[in-house]
Design a protein around this ligand. Structure first.
Ligand code: GLN
Length: 190
């Protein structure tokens, strides 16, 4: 089946995801998504890293958030990295910012604190084994519902989850040269 993958391109590291998708599959059909019309042309979606409060406001203003929620309800695979996972959460600790509520999780933004804003370390992801985790002012998952599968932890912290066709990672596989997570995301059934 021909896949067409969308990457939310409002702000953030969407170009890195597009490059990573091409590393995973040289012939992949990729589309930058900014509007509900763009979204209607794709069969799966990546929400990249960036600034969740800004992108949330813009998603709300342009109707993209509502359109994503509708497609998610029909089973479209969606993967959020870092900011993307924050936007997909049901709750953001201590903040009433716009979110999509697509993962039954509570996240804590910038959870690794000011001293280690950004770092890289190995993480083990269910189904993949070890990969390089690039954490940039990364969130963690502090609570989750029974339908949520924990895909990876870093120390005591939950840093990747899956709920059906929806995936959230606190780290950034698009900033590594390991194409396996992008290849796996492309293989998910719609
Ligand atoms: N700290 C950012 C936020 O809370 C996320 C950082 C990232 O996506 N790399 O929106």
């Amino acid at each position: 089946m021909q896949r067409k993958v969308g990457v939310v391109a409002v702000q953030g590291d969407y170009a890195m995801h597009i490059a990573a998708l091409r590393r995973a599959d040289a012939g992949v059909d990729v589309c930058e998504v900014r509007t509900p019309e763009d979204l209607s042309t794709v069969d799966r979606l990546i929400i990249p890293g960036g600034e969740s409060s800004t992108v949330g406001l813009l998603m709300q203003r342009f109707g993209l958030g509502e359109a994503i929620i509708e497609r998610a309800a029909k089973g479209m695979p969606i993967w959020g990295t870092c900011m993307g996972m924050i936007l997909m959460a049901r709750e953001v600790e201590g903040r009433d910012q716009y979110r999509l509520g697509l993962l039954d999780i509570t996240v804590r933004r910038n959870a690794f604190g000011t001293q280690v804003h950004s770092f890289e370390d190995s993480v083990t992801v269910t189904g993949f084994g070890e990969t390089l985790g690039v954490f940039i002012r990364a969130p963690i998952v502090t609570q989750h519902g029974p339908g949520v599968e924990v895909l990876a932890t870093y120390g005591e912290q939950i840093v990747a989850v899956r709920e059906g066709n929806r995936i959230g990672t606190a780290f950034h596989p698009e900033l590594t040269d390991d194409p396996r997570m992008h290849a796996w995301f492309l293989s998910l059934d719609n």
